[in-house]
Design a protein around this ligand. Structure first.
Ligand SMILES: NC(=O)c1ccc[n+]([C@@H]2O[C@H](COP(=O)([O-])OP(=O)(O)OC[C@H]3O[C@@H](n4cnc5c(N)ncnc54)[C@H](O)[C@@H]3O)[C@@H](O)[C@H]2O)c1
Length: 260
């Protein structure tokens, strides 16, 4: 028996990195995976990898900032799968700016639209279909930057702090409503993915040329240990499963002591 056997799971931003690892691990534990992203090529290949290893996955194009795409996706999942059990609001970007005084309003809105509008829209449109099929588990990707200051990433930290309190508030709404939907946030530390490269800080090829990302971890993380996407995915599997059935409104920090 897998930990999430027979469950239907939607994971956003799952073409690569932490989202792809969540898709792989949830599939290994028995869930049927709907993985979405804006990078169709990588999304298709992640789905193909899961299917070739005996899992069940399909890739669908979705920009999490677009409400009409959420509505169409949730209707499609309801019609074809009869409900939704697990939502991982993972899609995110990090816009680096040395000083907040130099940040353009355009970049500020871009940071917000993916990291906060995307999570808001996921909650808004998935909770009704989840509660209609007996409840479920929502896992929102925050960050250590949602727990403590992140200079040069002030707007990113603001969105991740927002994800934390949005998760807690909606968790309470759902608990009081008795709709069976649990909502928790996950707070990764320094994990080896392409997000560092996109920030202009990390490796060109995550997992291969990790010098810079490793150096960042070396300086910041107790013991200098760099995390891998599966470290986060294992926590997501736990929050998605019945093993965490008494957890809602919680922050699961996975950072090797970075935020202590
Ligand atoms: N890697 C880390 O060290 C780290 C640390 C803390 C938190 N996080 C969070 O974990 C999550 C995943 O990050 P990652 O490191 O895997 O990043 P990543 O850059 O490797 O992957 C992010 C994915 O999101 C997708 N995406 C971007 N904009 C999108 C949009 N508008 N709609 C749909 N998909 C979109 C990208 O195409 C990509 O596949 C993010 O929310 C990030 O903030 C990462």
């Amino acid at each position: 028996m897998g930990q999430v056997d027979g469950k239907i799971a939607l994971i956003t931003g799952a073409a690569m990195g932490i989202g792809a690892a969540c898709a792989v691990r949830l599939a290994e534990e028995g869930a049927t995976i709907i993985l979405t992203d804006i990078d169709d090529k990588k999304g298709e290949s992640t789905a193909a990898l899961i299917n070739s290893n005996g899992g069940r996955a399909e890739y669908l194009h979705q920009d999490v900032t677009q409400e009409d795409q959420w509505i169409a996706l949730v209707n499609d999942i309801g019609a074809r799968h009869g409900g939704l059990d697990i939502l991982v609001n993972n899609a995110g970007i990090a816009v680096v700016c040395e000083s907040i005084t130099e940040m353009s309003l355009e970049d500020f809105h871009l940071q917000n639209s993916i990291n906060l509008d995307g999570v808001f829209l996921g909650l808004k449109h998935c909770i009704p279909v989840m509660s209609g099929s007996g409840g479920g588990s929502i896992i929102n990707l925050s960050s250590v930057a949602g727990l403590k200051a992140a200079p040069s990433l002030a707007a990113y930290a603001m969105t991740k702090g927002g994800v934390k309190l949005l998760s807690k508030s909606v968790a309470k709404e759902c608990a009081v409503a008795g709709n069976g939907v649990r909502v928790n946030s996950v707070h990764p530390g320094i994990i080896d993915t392409a997000i560092w490269n996109k920030m202009g800080l990390g490796a060109d090829v995550p997992g291969e040329n990790r010098t810079e990302t490793s150096e960042i971890a070396q300086q910041a993380v107790p013991g200098g240990k760099l995390g891998v996407p599966t470290d986060i995915a294992n926590g997501v599997v736990f929050l998605a499963s019945e093993s965490s059935s008494y957890m809602t409104g919680s922050e699961l920090v996975i950072d090797h002591g970075l935020s202590c």
